[in-house]
Design a protein around this ligand. Sequence first.
Ligand code: FMN
Length: 546
Amino acid sequence: MNILLINGSPRAGRSNSVKLAEAFIEGFKECSKANGTTDEVYQIDVAKANIAPCKGCFACWKNTEGKCCIKDDMTTVIEKQLWADVIIWSFPLYYFNVPGILKNLIDRQLPMNLPFMIDRTDGTGSGSHPSRYDMSGKKHVLISTCGFYSAKGNYDCVRSMFDHFCSKDRYETIFCGQGELFDVKSLSSRTNQYLESVRKAGKEFASGGITDKTRGDLNTLLYPKEVFEQMADASWGISKDTGKKEDESLVFTRQMAALYNRGSYDGKDRVLEIHYTDIDKCYQILLNKDGSKVYTDGSLKATTRIDTPWDVWLSISRGEIGGSAALAKKMYKVSGDFSLMIDWDKFFGNAGGGTQEEPETAGKLKKPTMLTMLIPWIVLWVAVPINGDIGPLITLAVCGLVPLIMAQHSMTIYDRISIGTVAALSLFSALTGSARAASNLGYLAFGLMWLLSCLTKEPLCACYVKYNYGAENALKNPIFMKTNYILAAAWGVLYLCTATWTFFLSRAGFGTSLIIINNLMPVLMGIFTRWFENWYPAWVAGGSGK
Ligand SMILES: Cc1cc2nc3c(=O)[nH]c(=O)nc-3n(C[C@H](O)[C@H](O)[C@H](O)COP(=O)(O)O)c2cc1C
């Protein structure tokens, strides 16, 4: 297919809209490639072309049979329109219409029509002029960004003009609000997502039409209205109070604050103090139920403080380096309440460079729960020692029931290993009558499972808790991984010790004390785990540890 891209932005190559048009063409080409055909693309940057305004002389109608008396680049534009199968009109919205330079080009299309009056059959306007050429098979696509938060209601003039000029419903549109964000590198994770939808739209358009699903994605706002407007206001770099130019670090901090997600408010007002160490600028962002506000006078009491070189923070926000990886490498420091950092994506959406994946990634199943793994073991250690006849049968039944009870949750490898091992130990106990040995072997197996998981890419606890920290993204977080390796090793060692002392103490007749000790130790270890998983990351972030 022949594709003509008319880039009507006065910014030419720096246009936001043309980024969408290019993505659309990429998608279109993908479809052609899959069908074994190729497309040829010709691009006209109107801003760079020499196209004078129409003189209104009607010479092209009266004297020259469709040839304009002005000799400039418009000749190529018309030739290429006749050559093209698909014409993509890419432009920004200017005063609710196309920019002047594009309107100029449209006016100069007069030679493409014959002068005669014809009636319209599509109910648009009161008349028309027949086309000099057969344009009926050509497809038109309008791709445009605009500056307001939404495209809705802003394109009436554009639609009306193209209804007249291409006929109603004879062209496809992609209109996107918040267009200036396509130029903000630190927001590229969101804008790239949108460009991906445009690419998909191009592919679908080439194979018949844009689906409702993709249309829905294209109509989804890049950011909620308030977030966008706060960000847009900040982006001008001018103080709302004084009208004076602001320091770029303050502008950036205001934009970051704008990304605060009010829905993440957990009843606790927070003050994030950010100190750009190399340029010695310090700002405070108040985060509460009403939104976020930046303070420059240091008047608030900080709850979390970040000390970072300005460049480092900029690179993180642009997604050039991962925030947690940079923290682990001590490129910046965090002190105070660390919960803000742990849930950064929840509080600031994409501000830290990287989208948080939907936690529930495994189909429609809920995230895995540690209970699935723990229940069989607990039943083994309680039921089997209490009653060596019925205990193993109860445990076996529980092993069979747990997958059914937990059917709504996805299962981890450790859930399966646990159910299988406990079932085997119950059978062993039922067949041999060695309840005590089965229970003790359980401690050994449980400890080994935790310890051996430290040799894998995902230690046991990480398999469950990663869903609270951005799912698979958490595995790229060195601090998260280190915390979980330490905890998995600690649990492993505890249960190997439990197996050892149970073996010796039960022979020495300390059976009753063992029940207390063996139930108390995991409770204490649970308390330690809760404390450690908060303390350790904060300790590393504060600049300690290796
Ligand atoms: C002169 C002028 C007029 C504009 N008029 C509108 C408008 O009416 N509505 C709107 O939402 N945005 C308006 N904008 C914003 C642009 O549409 C927006 O910045 C767009 O993303 C620029 O796209 P481009 O990079 O492809 O040129 C206007 C911008 C300029 C410079």
